[in-house]
Design a binder for this molecule. Structure first.
Ligand code: PEP
Ligand code: MG
Length: 753
């Protein structure tokens, strides 16, 4: 059963549109459970009806016509209860509703299971039997398990199919929902980025020059033929003849009309070579996938492997720079910070990622660059949007693909409003960051995610509150040398001198892997990360610390920050190593000084030991991004749980208060450098707690300054007290939104959850 289940899900996932996906489901399921009928009803939420969308066994003419009221009949019952309904004699059931279009009088056995996504019943999967039949437990659980996995595939296929159906028809006003990643709205052209040699990720694209595409494709195939022949020669002596026959089979496939001819046909019809190849390979592999013979079924993976090899050569042939149009909206299944940084700033309008959430580093980078971003749009048919006109709404986390003119007009108006707000914000540029009752707050910059960004916002910031050092390590093919690091750190220290610059030691691991230092873990955020790696590899840590200390010679504006601290020994050990690096450098004749050292409070254990930590270091810096993820046990990158990731959660607020108290007790400066510090609403609460050092992305500086300027510390304290009486993050958010509306800053909080 498990194998059948996997096969069905895989096939459905590969279906190009909803119609095909549903056809596959009903055919395969009917066969798997030996039923007389299998049907899928999908919910039409607007008309409050269940619509028969596919059937194997009932009259096919009824598809699209049979519409059942939302809460009536056995289908309605499944939907209402959101659980399976298994009835031996359906017509005898009090909820039974006769639908004559389907000619279903003859059917008695009934099993319906709900198809649910994000707590919503999207439809019902039903099997029926002419005789009375109670489906047994294994059949119920089979359908149940299948339906649970199908919801995602169904919404995906639906979105994908709609895009195709839309060609030449009235453009839609419908949107795809994701998560707000970075505020702002973007209107532009989608450019899909995808990982290399991944056939499934290749987007649809029009061929600009079909002849050239065909030539490139044939060259790539010839290269694979050559590779395979060379490989065959090499294994000639070690492989028995029957295994070597496989090579002949592969070479035959590479010469076959079904593979080559079909792909060229697609190219001639207007597809680019990579897209044409993807479709042909998928079509071919599917034939094998559907075979009962295990051996033949395995051939599907050979076909896919050949496809990947051809693609690799195709991509090698064209590894030139990407041509980004003006107003590029970068789209990908999982866009990385590197891919984002690759787009020239003046051409980048927005970012859309099917995976990831608001606190993924790529979203943080987008905020830093002031680029609207929508994350976690899991239904987005990434492969189908390349070159299309997109609107991405980074406030509400929505995407519109080739939308109706009315939507476009509305968003042009919103973009205009944003520009007006930015102009208003400009007016605050020269104001001191001081509350209306005279409390001065220091606003620092978070930087380092992309080095070119380091001068943005550098004039109004009090310094750098968080310089992330991972990127220079990520863009190389080996650890950077001490010299290279020194030059890099010197650059940022000099840019801001004499203002302080807080350089954080390497925080790799989690969602920041190094290509040349692979860490494969099933739970990377709870694994080998940050200071843990640095202490296990003192040579990496010492090189970095030496580089930082050398970079600060003569500037004296360096502060060092230790990430992911979860116990005091990590601090003690790090301090010893920092001292050692310092002493070595002095011995070598460098005029270095011991810097101020601080720890990041981003693991709950550090909150509860804040006094012991404060005693050991010069300052504390709260990383609310990780602190929230660890306190709430919510992966900051996972869009499935993004709804419950919330830095206004009452538990986070209480933890922050505890940190502020701990710091105060030992007269240690406490700053906040997570994204929370850059949220105008949350900044009010931090101000109420007594946090006077906030570090944020350049794009947040003026917004936060404006709110600080418009409020008194006394009012911030009142609001904090009111927030502490709330039991839910949503209540805290509403409280803050109202408070900002009252002082005329409603426009600043549009980017709410
Ligand atoms: C944090 O965790 O809040 C933080 C600032 O660090 P990063 O986002 O780089 O993990
Ligand atoms: Mg962190």
């Amino acid at each position: 059963m498990l194998e059948t289940l996997h096969r069905i899900v895989k096939e459905v996932n590969a279906a190009p549109d909803l119609g095909e996906a549903l056809e596959l489901i009903v055919t395969r399921v009917k066969k798997a459970v030996g039923a007389d009928v299998c049907s899928v009803y999908l919910t039409d939420f607007e008309r409050r009806e269940h619509v028969l969308r596919a059937t194997e066994g009932l009259q096919s003419a009824a598809v699209g016509k049979v519409r059942l009221p939302l809460h009536r009949g056995l289908i309605g019952l499944v939907c209402e209860r959101a659980e399976p309904v298994n009835v031996a004699d359906a017509p005898d059931h009090r909820h039974y509703l006769f639908a004559h279009e389907t000619g279903e009088t003859r059917y008695h056995g009934f099993l319906g299971v709900p198809i649910i996504q994000n707590r919503r019943v999207l439809g019902v999967l039903v099997v029926r039997q002419i005789e009375q039949r109670t489906f047994d437990d294994s059949e119920v659980t089979f359908l149940f398990t299948l339906a649970a996995q199908l919801a995602g595939a169904i919404t995906h296929a639906q979105a994908s199919g709609e895009l195709v159906a839309m060609e030449g028809v009235a453009p839609p006003t419908r949107f795809l929902q994701g998560r707000a990643g970075a505020p702002g709205v973007a209107l532009g052209t989608a450019v899909v980025v995808y990982p290399p040699a991944d056939l499934d990720a290749v987007p649809d694209r029009k061929a600009e020059d079909p002849e050239q595409e065909e030539e490139d494709f044939r060259t790539a195939v010839a290269a694979v033929v050559e590779d395979l022949m060379a490989l065959e020669d090499r294994v000639e002596d070690s492989l028995p003849a029957e295994d070597r026959a496989l090579f002949d089979a592969w070479l035959m496939m590479l010469g076959s009309d079904s593979l080559i001819g079909k792909t060229v046909e697609r190219i001639m019809a207007g597809d680019w070579a990579a897209g044409a190849l993807r479709q042909t390979i998928e079509e071919h592999a599917k034939v094998f996938d559907g075979m009962d013979d295990v051996y033949l079924r395995e051939r599907a993976s050979d076909v896919r492997d050949l496809g990947r090899r051809i693609l690799m050569h195709l991509q090698q042939e064209r590894s030139g720079p990407v041509d980004y149009p003006e107003d590029t909206i970068l789209v990908g299944d999982e866009v990385s910070a590197m891919q984002l940084a690759d787009v020239p700033m003046e051409r980048l309008a927005g970012l859309v990622s099917a995976k990831g959430a608001s606190f993924s580093h790529v979203a943080i980078l987008a905020r830093a660059m002031g680029v609207p971003a929508v994350m976690g749009v899991s239904d987005l048919p990434v492969g189908r949007v390349d070159g299309r006109f997109l609107i991405s709404d980074g406030y509400r986390g929505r995407i519109y693909v080739s939308p109706a003119p009315s939507v476009r007009t509305e968003y042009l108006r919103l973009a205009e409003e944003d520009r007006a707000l930015s102009a208003e914000l400009e007016a605050t540029r020269d104001l001191p960051p001081e509350t209306s009752d005279g409390v001065s707050v220091r606003l620092y910059l978070n930087t380092g995610l992309v080095s070119e960004m380091s001068t943005l916002g550098s004039d109004e910031a009090a310094g750098v509150g968080l310089y992330r050092t991972e990127v220079p390590f990520m863009v190389r093919d080996r650890f950077p040398s001490e010299e290279a690091q020194t030059a890099n750190y010197r650059n940022v220290l000099e840019t801001f001198a004499p203002r302080p610059v807080t350089i954080r030691t390497l925080d790799i691991g989690g969602d920041k892997p190094l290509p040349y230092f692979p860490v494969n873990e099933s739970n990377p955020f709870l694994g080998w990360r940050g200071i843990r790696i640095s202490l296990d590899h003192p040579e990496i840590f010492l090189t970095q610390v030496r580089a930082v200390l050398r970079a600060a010679v003569g500037l004296d504006n360096l502060q060092l920050l230790l990430p992911m601290i979860s116990n005091v020994s990590e601090v003690d050990d790090s301090l010893l190593l920092i001292q050692r690096a310092h002493d070595e450098l002095i011995e070598e004749g460098h005029g270095v000084k011991m810097p101020r050292v601080g720890v990041m409070i981003e693991v709950p254990a550090a909150v509860y030991q804040v006094e012991a930590l404060a005693r050991r270091v010069d300052f504390l810096s709260v990383g609310t991004n990780d602190l929230t993820q660890y306190l709430l046990a919510v992966d900051r990158n996972n869009s499935h749980v993004a709804e419950i990731y919330d830095d206004l959660h009452p538990a986070v607020l209480r933890a922050l208060i505890q940190v502020v108290e701990g710091g105060r007790q030992f007269h240690r400066e406490v700053s906040v450098c997570g994204e929370m510090a850059g949220s105008p609403a949350a900044a009010v609460l931090l101000l109420g707690m007594g946090v006077e050092n906030l570090s944020m992305s350049a794009s947040s500086l003026l917004r936060v300054k404006w709110v600080i300027h418009s409020i008194s510390r006394a009012r911030a304290r009142e609001l904090l007290q009111a927030a502490l009486r709330c039991e839910k993050a949503a209540e805290v958010r509403a409280l803050l939104s109202n408070a900002l509306e009252e002082i005329g800053l409603g426009g600043l909080v549009r980017a709410g959850k």
